[in-house]
Design a protein around this ligand. Structure first.
Ligand SMILES: O=C(O)CCC(=O)C(=O)O
Ligand SMILES: [Fe+2]
Length: 242
């Protein structure tokens, strides 16, 4: 049943998008302009409109279903990622890519949809207008995506996206609850870093000099997502070229 894996707002749940402060944030009505956070790293607030957010959520609910659906990722040294994940195009496991769910049931991954690649290329074009080292007109052949689902307790430690052969920019799309996205440096997990709030509909592009920077999600803000979207928790989709 679609929707059974990625939770919805329960009927009767109080509105949360505007409920905390009793007002609609002007940040949500009038998203800020694109901003370069670090060299090659660009935040595109409100890049997905409401229709696109609904479309991406609908697709994510289908992708989440088995086979090769949303799963808990086990780390090589034991332990589990708190984020649940699925892959499109190629299956990511710690640490590599495979055509099938090699660390699970062995099923083939779902195909990477071409429209998601078009979205990512368009986001890179917009990011290139304000960024250092993101070449406009460069059109990566996006072919994989990782879809992460964050419940209220989930977070993602500082890491680099280093299992791709390609250095094409990574493009992330966020849905649902806001989060703190920590974008660091290319040398080490620690400071310097900068924290950016990613809200539902935001895109974030990191490429060029920022492609190999450490980044992570220290926390989400449970209940902060827009009520009209009907998602409990946070989804992040990162589009990559293998
Ligand atoms: O959830 C996010 O915003 C970041 C996800 C991420 O870094 C990843 O999937 O590698
Ligand atoms: Fe990442």
């Amino acid at each position: 049943m679609p929707g059974a894996i990625i939770p919805s707002y329960r009927p009767g749940r109080p509105p949360s998008g505007t409920g905390d402060h009793g007002v609609v944030s002007t940040d949500e009505l009038f998203p800020a302009p694109p901003a370069q956070i670090a060299p090659g790293a660009v935040h595109l607030p409100g890049w997905l409109d409401a229709a696109a957010q609904r479309e991406l959520l609908r697709a994510a609910r289908e992708w989440a279903l088995p086979p090769a659906g949303l799963r808990t990722v086990r780390m090589p040294r034991g332990g589990e990622m708190s984020v649940r994940q699925l892959s499109l195009g190629r299956h990511w496991f710690p640490y590599g890519y495979a055509p099938t769910v090699v660390d699970g049931g062995g099923e083939p991954v779902k195909p990477f949809p071409e429209w998601l690649g078009e979205w990512a290329r368009a986001a890179v074009r917009d990011a290139a207008a304000v960024a250092d080292g993101l070449v406009p007109g460069e059109a990566p052949a996006y072919d994989i995506a990782l879809v992460n689902f964050y419940d209220a307790a989930a977070r993602m430690g500082m890491h680099r996206d280093s299992d791709e052969r390609s250095q094409a920019p990574v493009v992330s799309f966020s849905l649902g609850d806001s989060c703190v996205f920590r974008f660091g440096n290319t040398h080490a997990r620690g400071r310097p870093w900068s924290d950016t709030v990613l809200r539902s509909g935001d895109a974030f592009v990191f490429g060029g000099p920022g492609r190999m920077a450490y980044h992570g999600v220290p926390r989400t803000e449970p209940g902060s997502g827009p009520e009209w979207l009907g998602l409990r928790g946070r989804i992040n989709v990162t589009v990559r070229e293998f």
